[in-house]
Design a protein around this ligand. Structure first.
Ligand code: HEC
Length: 204
């Protein structure tokens, strides 16, 4: 009898221990979830956002170079299909709002808002005055941090899709006309302001 009693006690203790561990794990998980939910959004500095923007532009350029190796027509297709997708994905991944915008846009979704348009015009004036366009505009208003960086046409490569009628090969011109019937992003010259990279994050 005594031995049986000991056995029951042992089983009860083990059950209690397992129950305790399960409770602990559940509690720990809930705490973690809770902490994830209430942890404040990342406090961005303009410098950190700017280098993220540079990394984005570099990656996009890399994508363009990779696809150009499959031929310029393939690049237009890829550009048209992936530019928006890649931009949205990059922004989501880093929890920021990020866009390429232009007054003379190819994709109407890259149309600037009034603040962006104002600064692109400013960049154009600076470019006409011969200033180097290594400018970063940092704006803070209405609980928002905004960054704008000019995008300048620095490579002859860009003219293959954004240059004059002579510079754009007919097969590319045709593809662009099909995909972007409202295209305004041709007849650019080297050194001109093509648009801007625009980044926005809420600020605490
Ligand atoms: C192979 C063709 C091709 C080349 C080369 C190319 N682009 Fe584009 N570009 C496009 C297409 C297509 C779009 C529209 C993308 C979209 O739908 O968002 C575009 C859009 C843009 C935009 C966004 C604003 C808008 O007008 O919609 C900028 C800025 C831009 N290009 C700059 C450049 C620069 C700078 C270069 C050179 C480094 C370059 N592009 C080279 C095809 C090209």
């Amino acid at each position: 009898m005594a031995r049986g009693g000991e056995h029951t006690l042992l089983v009860a203790l083990v059950v209690l221990l397992l129950f305790g561990i399960t409770l602990g794990v559940v509690w720990w998980r809930q705490m973690q979830q809770h902490m994830q939910q209430v942890s404040p959004p990342r406090a961005w500095t303009p410098e950190a956002l700017d280098s993220l923007g540079q990394a984005f532009l570099q990656r996009l350029q890399q994508l363009l170079n990779e696809t150009l190796q499959q031929g310029p027509e393939a690049a237009v297709r890829v550009c048209a299909d992936t530019a928006q997708e890649f931009t949205a994905q990059f922004a989501r991944q880093h929890g920021i709002s990020l866009r390429r915008v232009a007054l003379r846009w190819r994709n109407p979704r890259n149309r600037p808002d009034s603040v962006e348009a104002f600064w692109i015009e400013q960049f154009q004036r600076w470019q006409a005055e011969g200033r180097t366009l290594d400018t970063l505009v940092v704006l803070r208003s209405a609980g928002e941090l905004r960054l704008l960086r000019p995008i300048v046409l620095r490579s002859a490569l860009c003219l293959m899709c954004h240059g004059s009628q002579q510079e754009i090969p007919p097969s590319i011109a045709q593809l662009i006309a099909e995909r972007y019937p409202e295209d305004r992003a041709r007849n650019f010259q080297l050194g001109q302001v093509r648009g801007a990279l625009s980044i926005r994050v809420p600020e605490q």
